[in-house]
Design a protein around this ligand. Structure first.
Ligand code: B1M
Length: 208
């Protein structure tokens, strides 16, 4: 019987070869794809997220863990589709217009995927109209915006206004180094997260 605890450990250590091997072994033994995802991959990323929050691990460890998870997900994804396993929610994420910083946004997207969300990543320099169009097309429940420059933070408010004007009811969460909870409330965002691990908690609360 494949050891899903060992799979979680492989993700935590960022050991992509072991993560892929155990995933393949589990599937060939007939372990349900959902169990491999929940008890192996997501369980591992949950630990990484909690350690990141407590400053017990740093960005490189998170990126390495996320890469191991991504490699294993490539094996697992077709089986999840076959089994009809639904993501726990759908988000559109992007860095706001005029802003090219994407390291933090990418980390947030990886942690969200690691937690079982479907993430549509629009990249950087995303205009309000693009957020609106993609949310409408995808039916995402949450829009996640990142900004690293004080000069691009107003792009978040503009995007919220554009979403409202277009009648889009998706919830909005924001983050990025200069963004605060007070700012998030002021512009009408429903969620704020100071880091990638907290972004998962915020996204879960917004789709609950
Ligand atoms: Co720029 N840059 N940069 N930069 N850059 C900063 C942000 C700056 C603070 C540096 C400084 O002056 N000390 C400063 C901003 C000042 C300000 O506005 N207050 C600055 C500036 C001024 C600029 C330029 C204007 C410089 C110039 O050209 N004169 C220029 C702007 C370009 C543009 O965007 N139009 C510029 C360019 C660049 C590079 C291209 C060289 C590069 C970006 C490369 C890339 O991202 N692909 C870059 C970098 C790397 C930085 C610093 C050094 C690092 C940013 C980073 O990646 N941090 C940064 C200084 C610093 O922070 N030490 C700086 C690591 C990352 C993991 O953290 O993004 O905060 P962060 O993400 C965190 C959280 O904030 C949160 O979770 C993440 C993980 O925990 N989070 C979210 C992020 N998004 C979230 C979304 C959420 C929830 C949480 O929900 C959706």
């Amino acid at each position: 019987m494949a050891d899903l605890k060992a799979l979680a450990d492989a993700v935590i250590k960022g050991d992509q070869n072991t993560a892929v091997e155990i995933t393949k072994a589990a599937l060939s033994e007939g372990t349900a794809a959902k169990a491999v995802l929940d008890e192996g991959l997501i369980a591992g990323m949950d630990v990484v997220g909690a350690r990141f929050k407590k400053n017990e691990v740093y960005i490189p460890e998170v990126l390495i863990a996320a890469r191991a998870m991504k490699m294993a997900m490539e094996v697992l994804e077709p089986e999840l589709v076959k089994a009809g396993v639904e993501p726990i929610g759908k988000l559109v994420v992007g860095t706001v217009q005029g802003d090219l910083h994407d390291i933090g946004k990418n980390l947030v997207a990886m942690m969200l995927k690691g937690a079982g969300f479907e993430v549509i990543d629009l990249g950087v320099d995303v205009a309000p109209e693009k957020f609106v169009a993609e949310v409408k097309a995808s039916g995402a429940q949450v829009v996640g915006m990142s900004a690293l420059l004080t000069t691009t933070m107003p792009g978040m408010e503009k995007t919220i206004k554009a979403l409202q004007d277009a009648g889009v009811t998706a919830k909005v969460m924001v983050g990025g180094a200069p963004v605060t909870e007070t700012f998030a409330q002021k512009i009408g965002a429903q969620g704020f997260a100071p880091d990638a691990a907290s972004a998962v908690d915020t996204a879960k609360s917004l789709v609950a």
